[in-house]
Design a protein around this ligand. Structure first.
Ligand code: G4P
Length: 531
């Protein structure tokens, strides 16, 4: 197959959701459709249950599982679909944010009972930063949930995006009768425990008495009213607006019953984008370019602590990636060659000879990679848009074993390169402060430092809740601010100054009092910022 055809058939996306909305279940059903797995239950949930925060075995298991399910690939209607998995636990949200930099679109799962939840809003903020196209699946329609019109309003209001229903539910909960496809005028009737993949779908004229026969007069009337209202209130589905990240098509269903999923998948196949262009510090890279380029968005330590090697996940952005060829890590200006790059098939992985834009390859790494690193055939450029986000919890690392300070240093350095946490240095004394978005990460770090590096550490709590990068057009003003706020200043891994604040109020006050200083919530301040 030609390069152009390979490119045109790639679709790379992530499913995002507040924990428990049904992300794992939906992923599994999509894989069933794609024939990548044969039975339900093959996809393990990679979330750590709430009760297990101190259970390290669970943490290890979680890490293992998330390698296996990091990317799931399947063929459907001649497309090659890559689903990039994101951790289910909110404490690993930063991992999710980074994964979102490597996809071309997302499917957002909403629980119809709960509506838009906290994590949903945060995830959508990240999508909006780069105008990622979003498709919405309203799940659990077999449960008594919110009224679908109310849900649509809530989506628009809280997620700041226009929506356009594509399928529409007839009732919900115990009386859920199915979904009506608004664009194709087809009715898919719900049946409890429907296990068939292809369900019986009827083309139905909404005004026909057959509809009354099938769903009953009352529900038929309601559906007709709803459809009239939808057509009156919502504009026609506009693919360009969807691709620009401004309009989200909405599907209703029940993932656990495998219902409404096919409509979602077909809708996705029809409109989702093929690999898109990406910005670098020098120019925009088009996927159609001959020369290979890609970036690392995730690094995973080997689960076996005796082996230090890691797996770097590389998203291919342009050209063809070839096994055994030398590529340049542009940060280090170092030529690297990968003899066993692999790709992932549901729960298995296999060595591949080549990969195309949109694909993700796993590369064995002996310590050459940092998150955000770019590989090219030689051109000196660096992909942008793989930001660090402002962490919310901070602790100073205290070395408990002076004999092991080197190991501790190395361990912390490597773990921060993997993106497990962000490391900041504070003066005096080069004190190490780590920032995370969740408590669980501190436990993971402590555990891994001991098990993989033989270094034991304790933490001293810091009362900061915000870390923002600071810049100024006037270097003197910046230097003054840093001098004045010395106790609340740290430096990130690239030696950018960061201001720590105890509260939002303190942050705002400093912003107001220092108009010459710009405060950035992500490290992406060198790239154009939106929203
Ligand atoms: P997550 O990855 O987004 O965290 O969610 P996951 O798929 O694990 O689903 C969370 C729970 O919601 C699971 O129940 C799952 O079975 C249930 N669920 C998913 N889709 C639907 C749906 O369409 N309808 C209903 N009623 N439930 C749904 P659980 O009890 O936590 O786990 P399990 O024992 O059922 O696996």
């Amino acid at each position: 197959m030609s390069f152009k055809k390979e490119l045109a058939r790639r679709r790379t996306f992530a499913i995002i959701a507040h924990p428990d909305a049904g992300k794992t279940t939906l992923t599994e059903k999509l894989l069933l459709f794609g024939g990548a797995i044969q039975t339900a239950g093959a996809v393990k949930s990679n979330k750590i249950k709430k009760t297990a925060t101190s259970d390290f075995m669970e943490i290890e298991k979680q890490r293992g599982i998330s390698v296996a399910t990091s990317v799931m690939t399947f063929d459907y209607k001649n497309l090659k679909i890559n689903i990039l998995d994101t951790p289910g636990h909110k404490d690993f949200a930063e991992d999710t944010y980074r994964t979102l930099t490597a996809v071309d679109s997302v499917v957002l799962v909403i629980d119809c009972v709960k509506g838009v939840e906290e994590q949903t809003e945060k995830l959508m903020e990240v999508c909006r930063m780069r105008d990622t196209p979003v498709m919405i699946f309203v799940n659990k329609m077999d449960r008594e949930g919110k009224d679908p019109f109310t849900l649509l309003d809530e989506l628009e209001e809280k997620l700041d995006i226009r929506v356009r229903p594509i399928t529409w539910p007839v009732n919900g909960g115990r009386n859920f009768k199915g979904v009506y496809h608004l664009l194709e005028s087809k009715m898919n009737f719900f049946a409890v425990n429907k296990t068939k993949l292809e369900s019986d779908i009827f083309e139905i004229d909404i005004d026909s008495p057959v509809l009354d026969e099938k769903v009953g007069e009352r529900d038929a009337k309601q559906l007709r009213n709803d459809v009239e209202l939808i057509n009156g209130v919502y504009d026609e589905f506009d693919r360009e607006a969807y691709l620009a990240g401004q309009l989200a098509p909405v599907f209703f269903g029940s993932a656990v019953s495998n219902f409404g999923v096919m409509e979602l998948l077909n809708g996705f196949v029809n409109v989702s984008p093929q690999p898109i262009s990406r910005e670098t510090n020098k120019r925009v890279v088009e996927p159609t370019e001959d020369k290979f380029s890609g970036f690392v968005f995730k690094i995973h330590a080997n689960i076996d602590p005796r082996h230090r090697d890691r797996i770097a996940f590389l998203r291919i952005c342009s050209g063809t990636f070839e096994r055994g060829k030398f590529y340049n890590n542009t940060r280090l200006d170092k030529k690297l060659r990968f003899s066993n790059p692999y790709m992932f098939m549901a729960d298995a992985k296999e060595v591949v000879d080549e990969g195309y834009p949109g694909d993700v390859v796993g590369l064995y790494d002996t310590g050459n990679f940092k998150i955000g690193d770019t590989l090219t055939e030689g051109e000196d450029l660096q992909f942008t848009g793989i930001p660090s986000f402002s962490p919310e919890l901070f602790r100073e690392v205290i070395n408990k074993d002076p004999m092991k300070s080197k190991q501790l240093e190395k361990g912390i350095q490597q773990l921060s390169e993997e993106g497990v946490a962000q490391l900041f240095l504070m003066q005096p004394g080069n004190r190490k402060v780590i920032g995370t978005v969740g408590e669980l990460q501190f436990e993971v770090i402590q555990h891994r430092l001991l098990n993989e590096y033989g270094a034991s550490c304790a933490y001293e709590a810091k009362s900061f809740t915000k870390a923002v990068w600071i810049t100024s057009k006037d270097p003197e003003k910046l230097a003054d601010f840093i001098r004045l706020k010395n106790n609340a200043i740290g430096y990130d891994k690239d030696e950018n100054p960061v201001f720590f604040a105890e509260t939002d109020w303190i942050l705002r006050m400093n912003q107001d009092n220092n108009p010459d200083i710009t405060f950035h919530k992500t490290s992406e301040f060198k790239v154009k910022q939106k929203g």
